[in-house]
Ligand binder design. Sequence first.
Ligand code: GLN
Length: 485
Amino acid sequence: MYNKSLNELSAALHSGEVSSVELTQYFLDRIKRYDGEINSFITVTEEQALASAAKADKSIAAGQAGKLTGIPMAHKDIFCTDGVKTTCGSRMLDNFIAPYNATVVEKLEDAGMPMLGKLNMDEFAMGSSNETSFYGAVKNPWDSTRVPGGSSGGSAASVAARLTPIATGTDTGGSIRQPASLCGLTGIKPTYGRVSRWGMIAFASSLDQAGVLGRSAEDCALLLEAMVGFDEKDSTSVERDTEDYTSTLSKPLDGLKIGLPKEYFGEGLDAEVGKVVEAAIDEYKKLGAEVVEISLPNTHLAVPAYYVIAPAECSSNLSRFDGVRYGYRCEDPQDLTDMYMRSRGEGFGSEVKNRIMIGTYALSAGYYDAYYLKAQKVRHLISDDFRQAFEQVDVIMGPTSPVTAFKIGEKTDDPVAMYLSDIFTIAVNLAGLPGMSIPAGMVGGLPVGLQLIGNYFAEGRLLNIAHQYQQLADWHQQVPAGYTD
Ligand code: GLN
């Protein structure tokens, strides 16, 4: 049961082979059995999950069910869930019970999916290893001494260990694709604005985008279909209808033009990872694709520009956590200033504080032009690189992460080494493009991801390109040892 696709689970539910209550209980039991080791859940919502499973069973029996009805799932703890603790991985929100559902949560609830719980993540989604969480590091199911990637590390680890069939995540600079790569999963970050950000706790609003971490492109297509669409509550939501991603999965790839940016295959890329990625691209040639070398000349500016823009936006977004309205408040404040200072000082962890300080500095009078404005100009150059590339090719491919899963603690003292984990993913967010990572092989028993980057709103095409590869290769079917019974 643990390794069934969403389509297989749906068929089992509709044929009566299993009920949603049984299926939900089955995954709750796996969480109890395995999550002590992995630490992927912050909150397990057992009662609520079983109640919505019972409701799903009724609608299946009444013939009113959709494809996803009754299939359990879990949310990254960045999405507000009505009546359920929503922490964003921070002590600041350890006592926060959200008073409403995020649009994404609402949509998946309407689709009839029981929520198993809320998943661990880097604090306020800042990190690449899930080590900045107030709730402790998440372990990679492929090797528990290693990180699962971040910031959607709980989402990735829980799906990899088959504790949930599928999960949501968010990607501001790589936080869906990089953990998908490190845990052997398929992850998709849609075009900026395609999925509503309403009720998704903001980190860097011009970059944040919700998406999916699942096992296959087919599974991701099914969930993403239910998540996208215009939302008047989010002013950056794009007015575009929902789309049927599953019906185009089997389109042949004859004549597909793949661009390989030379900047993605140079310095910093582990040689073994590079070989796996090249071998996966060779498979695409068998599917009728043509490969062309391209250049994205401003790639080296993506990490520096991101680490001005993202902290600048976070310093503004996180100013709402002041100990007054909700969230953590220090004990016995002496006066207002003391309350602000200690509530924020004690409520936030060190990575979050670093970024607030950098962002506040970059936005301050006299430095704004030199840093923030300059970074925004660089952002244009990066978008322009992609615009020109997509005049020549249909999709861009390369590695998702320069290395496989690294050891817990290995990069915690070296922020620059940590920030370079996202060297291949960040430019995509700066340009607002859709991106995916798919499992493409192993190095030393650890998964390697292939990144696919599409033009604006090409989610359907990306899923199709990923699905075709998954018809040839079975990396996405592999389950880490120790989680197979
Ligand atoms: N690792 C990047 C950061 O720390 C990206 C995080 C994300 O995508 N949420 O900011």
